[in-house]
Design a protein around this ligand. Sequence first.
Ligand code: HAM
Length: 409
Amino acid sequence: MAIIKIQKGTKDILPEEMPLWHFMEEKANEIFTKYGAKEIRTPIFEATELFARGVGDTTDIVNKEMYTFEKSKRSLTLRPENTAGVVRSFIENGMHRLSAPVKLWYKGPMFRYERPQAGRQRQFHQVGIEVFGIKQATADAEVISMAVNYLKALGLDDLTVELNSLGCPKCREEFKTKLKNVIRPYLSQLCDDCRTRFDKNPLRLLDCKSPECQEIYAKPEIQAVIQGDFICEECAEHFEELKSYLEILGIKYTRNKLLVRGLDYYNRTVFEIKSNNLGSQNAVCGGGRYDSLVKNLGGEDTPAIGFAMGMERLASLIAKKEYERLQAYIVSNDTKEAVKLAEELRMKGITCEFDLANKKFVKQLEKASKIAKYAVILGEDEINSGEVTIKNLDTAEQIKVSRANIIFN
Ligand code: HAM
């Protein structure tokens, strides 16, 4: 019979990879908790309208990449990202009444119908943060610091923080008009996507990947508009303030004026953290401020900022260190004694196994050397004397200790 295969763009996370995933999840809890953040878990599917209104109906995510289905005449969508879901929950649970800032972190699977390639999947996992209620740049600095310190805790370096400010709706409108004016003469030479973006969301023109479009955007009159400072005085002040906090924190960054992000909800600060050791899908983290989203989704006017990181991309960068082997493997021909000793060791918090199939002594030793650091040998002599022989499986060193005194470091 034909076997049923896994879906394109999805992956099993296999048992041998789990320690790495636990490591990433535990570090997220540890680091984000240090900043006073609390974990939140929202549903994997939501009303389609949440993403159409939240992420924005000019984005690729909403237009091309959503897994949408109907049930009882309701249109539902597997979440392509989690900011919209967390904002929905923030509003629905009246979290604006909590004292600001409200700091929430999350982890879990997201779904985007994208063309799979290295570093890009259709089901992938994100770990992220959303901080609500603070408009000052201190929150922006705090969020960027959480991202940087989390990456440090994972042992990742060789990363670049890219930073930009998209301004507020008012200054951005002026910028969009200027940009459209310089690009309009070339409109017929742009790719189909850019021609649509030109009307719907001209800022997104800047991160088109087509070489033909890029050549046009490199023209001096267009670069002059892109590289010019369009943000208003208030937005510029906010950005300067953020930069001064980053300096205090010792966080290095580069300004990337082409950084516009692929979701519609951003204003002012946007940032990405890129790895210098990944291919074309090199962004491990993306985030920014979204001061209008809570209100646009029906909540009280609440400023907010956050980020999300792709966990598969993080996993591929973390050094493949040898994760903890089992501490002990009991080697004995007396199964009843082995059952008893395994129970004693596990009660002491020692990870151990013994041979459930009662194989020959040598076979048990072989197995021990494959999966454990120490063999705990329980032969007839040892049983009679109330002792065990502990063999270090790396050095072959052996010692005898009384059963009550078994400890491992
Ligand atoms: P995003 O830039 O769409 O932002 O995604 C954040 C990160 O998720 C990316 O930098 C990347 O590491 C990972 N990622 C995205 N798509 C894929 C994919 N198809 N396969 C593998 N990894 C992927 C957001 O999702 C926003 N919600 C971030 C945010 C939170 N902004 C404010 N708060």
